[in-house]
Each structure stands twice: as structure tokens, then as C-alpha cells.
Write a protein that binds this ligand. Structure first.
Ligand code: AHG
Ligand code: MN
Ligand code: MN
Ligand code: MN
Length: 337
């Protein structure tokens, strides 16, 4: 039976009763095309001169990789003329990018991490792109879009998705009606629906955390991981496996595929920061996807999608994946007070 394409899936969603707006459908198709271009550049590697770092730093204080900047430019150029957006925001841009006056403005906001897992670019490990779609608040005619317009809880996302540039190039997407996965048919250049209803198992034996930070963790995190490490002879009564790819997109994709718990919690290395990952364009889109697949996502205790953002680039602790394991970690945080 012929598989559906991204366009067919989106048109079907649009025809549903409380369906997807045509603007959002077109916007997602533009983003998906941009991800194809990013994946093409990623695939060239050294042959495309896209590896290595620049002398510049981003607002996060990170040295920018060539692909961080190239991916950001690809997404900006693909999306600014289409007329679907009021503005964009990115990990790689300090301030929001308002749509230039020479183009029509739309009623949506697009946020993205253009290249996630940058530390893996030069070692040929899977990386990705993460994106989130919000509705722009209605403005008094002509009033400019501001950063404050972006500061909406993750529960208000209209759509979210990621592309993962790995052995296959895949696009995983939610428009609030479950989670679907598309595999790029590189010969035809089309996104083909290959995963019609992605669900995360409620239980798991696999955890993902950067163990080198163990001495900096808060007690509830240490308690949870120690119990996993104690295995079948410990209180959990089962052995656990560990994976840490250090590309959130790849770790989350594994969890969507076979279950697991992903943790990037607060740690004492920078006590003033709630975590490493960014709320608006990493934690929120991934939490929307994970919840739509039957999983859970908390900052340690609170549901991530309920967090009211204060700044565009604010960070947050992240514990997401198999619902029963995430709930256990949240319970340990509540017990620790
Ligand atoms: P980015 O490359 O967009 O800055 O994100 C990297 C993030 C995330 O993808 C990953 O889970 C985490 O950083 C890995 O952090 P460590 O290198 O500290 O393990
Ligand atoms: Mn990232
Ligand atoms: Mn990034
Ligand atoms: Mn980065």
C-alpha cells in the first residue's frame, strides 16, 4: 500500500473537524523543506566545508559551530517570506527576528534550535533540528511583535517537531493529535509517513543522563540513578541499561522508539541555572511531543508545559520519557521537599 507523504498527512489533519489551519500546514511544510536542506548540508560534512567552529559565541555563551549558523540562516531564509509568521526566535539569535516589512506577516511564531547536538557535529554522530509553533497574540494593527509575545506556556504550542540527521533522516511531528514520524526518501526528496502512531512505553529499563555530572546532582536524582545502578538485586528489582548520545534529539528519538527516561536535571556546577537545556526551543517542543506520545515531562517536579516563561532563552531542568519513571523521579523530588 502506498505510504502517505507529509503533505497528505497535513491535508488530512486540516480536514478534521477541529482541524489544523491551512497556515500551520503550509508553515510546517516550509520548515520540513528547510530541514531537508539542513540535512543535506550535514551530510556533506568535510566535503561541504561545514565542520568546525567559528570565532563567534552565541547568547548562550557557546562557541558557535559553522552548522549552528548555517542551519539558523537556512531556517530564517526559508520562513521569512512565506507570510505565515509574525516573527521567529532561535537558540542562535539573541533577540527575536521580526518578519521584514517587505514581506506579508502571518499570525504564528516559530521558535527553533537549528542544530541540536552541536558537540557531535565534528565526530559524525546524529544531530538534529527542533522547532515549536505558537500563535502570535493579536496586536493592535501595526504594533511590532516583541519578545513578550513569545513567552507563552508550552501547553499553548500549536505544533512541534524535530528532524534527526542520522542513518536515516527523519521528521517527527505533533499537531496535537498524537505523534507521527516521516522518513526522508532521499531519491524523491519527499517525507514519507513511516510511523503512524508513536507511543512511549510507560515503563523502561533504560535511562539517559550525563553520568560525569553525578557528584553535582541533587539528592533525588542521585537516589533515582543509584537505584537504577543497583539493578535486579536492589529496590527496583530489575537491571537498567544506560545511553547518552549528547544530542537531545537523538536521545529523545530513541525514547519515542523504545521507551526510556531522559534527564538533564539541575546540578551544582552552576547553581543559579535551573538546568542546561532551554525551555522555549528544546524542552517545550520535546515535552509536547513526549506527552502526545503518552509520556511525561517535568522540570523535576512541575509539568514543563505549564511553566510560564520569563525570558526567551531561559533554561530548565528536564526529566522526560516513560511516564511511570518520570513520575517516580518527580515523587523523589517531592519527598526531598
Ligand atoms: P545544542 O547543541 O543545541 O546546544 O544542545 C546540546 C544539548 C542537548 O542536545 C544535549 O542533550 C545536551 O546539550 C548534552 O549536554 P552535555 O554535553 O553536557 O552532555
Ligand atoms: Mn539543543
Ligand atoms: Mn543548538
Ligand atoms: Mn548550542
Amino acid at each position: 500500500m502506498k505510504r502517505k507523504t507529509l503533505t497528505q498527512y497535513l491535508v488530512e489533519q486540516q480536514r478534521q473537524a477541529d482541524g489544523l489551519g491551512a497556515e500551520v500546514r503550509l508553515l510546517i511544510e516550509v520548515v520540513a523543506r528547510a530541514c531537508k536542506s539542513i540535512g543535506h548540508a550535514v551530510g556533506k560534512g568535510a566535503l561541504g566545508g561545514v565542520l568546525g567552529s567559528l570565532d563567534s559565541e552565541n547568547v548562550q555563551g557557546e562557541v558557535q559551530k559553522k552548522l549552528d549558523v548555517l542551519s539558523n540562516e537556512i531556517l530564517l531564509e526559508a520562513n521569512e517570506w512565506g507570510g505565515h509568521l509574525a516573527a521567529m526566535a532561535s537558540e542562535e539569535m539573541e533577540t527575536i527576528h521580526a518578519i521584514p516589512n517587505r514581506y506579508p506577516k502571518g499570525e504564528y511564531l516559530l521558535l527553533f534550535d537549528p542544530l541540536d547536538g552541536s558537540s557531535n557535529i565534528d565526530v559524525n554522530v546524529s544531530i538534529g533540528t527542533i522547532f515549536s509553533v505558537l500563535k502570535a497574540p493579536t496586536h493592535v494593527a501595526g504594533a511590532p511583535v516583541t519578545e513578550a509575545d513569545f513567552l507563552q506556556e508550552g501547553s499553548r504550542q500549536v505544533a512541534a517537531g524535530y528532524a534527526v540527521y542520522g542513518p536515516q533522516t527523519m521528521l517527527v511531528l505533533t499537531v496535537g493529535k498524537g505523534v507521527v514520524g516521516f522518513t526522508l526518501d532521499r531519491e524523491m526528496g519527499s517525507w514519507v509517513l513511516t510511523h503512524e502512531n508513536i507511543r512511549i512505553p510507560e515503563d523502561t529499563r533504560e535511562f539517559a543522563i550525563n553520568m560525569s555530572n553525578m557528584r553535582h546532582w541533587a539528592p533525588p536524582v542521585r537516589r533515582y540513578i543509584d537505584e537504577c545502578l543497583a539493578g535486579a538485586t536492589g529496590t527496583r528489582g530489575k537491571d537498567f541499561n544506560m545511553r547518552w548520545i549528547a544530542s537531545m534529539v537523538a536521545d529523545v528519538h530513541r525514547i519515542l522508539t523504545r521507551g526510556g527516561i531522559f534527564m538533564y536535571p539541575w546540578d551544582a556546577r552552576e547553581p543559579g541555572k535551573p538546568g542546561k537545556l532551554r525551555l522555549m526551543y528544546e524542552a517545550n517542543p520535546m515535552s509536547f511531543i513526549v506527552e502526545q506520545a503518552g509520556g511525561a515531562a517535568v522540570d523535576g517536579v512541575n509539568r514543563i508545559l505549564d511553566i510560564k516563561p520569563g525570558q526567551l532563552h531561559q533554561r530548565v531542568g528536564v526529566v522526560l520519557g516513560s511516564r511511570n519513571e518520570v513520575e517516580r523521579v518527580a515523587q523523589y523530588h517531592r519527598e526531598a521537599g
